[in-house]
Write a new protein. Sequence first.
Length: 116
Amino acid sequence: VQLQASGGGLVQPGGSLRLSCAASGIAFSIYVMGWYRQAPGKQRELVAAITSGGSENYAESVKGRFTISRDNAKNTVYLQMNNLKPEDTAVYYCNAQIPFRGIEYWGKGTQVTVSS
């Protein structure tokens, strides 16, 4: 199983980034896909998740600014991040899980830095 995240980088406040996570080795369409982040000295937190049926869930801090989407044909989940703030600076991780089955995979993180 591999979850390959990409798209991180350095951006100024107010800017945008689009993260991608390409999955392999799993039946992608049945998994809940999510993005988590971890800032220095803080616990990892859920940013956004999307179910196999397309239902979306967001952390309050990113509602209205971030959008999660998935392309089952490409086995890829995206996170469109707009109006980025310095407090969005963190390592962002891709997650794939089947809830209540104890099945969960993590990708390596991608760094997002929001700074002027």
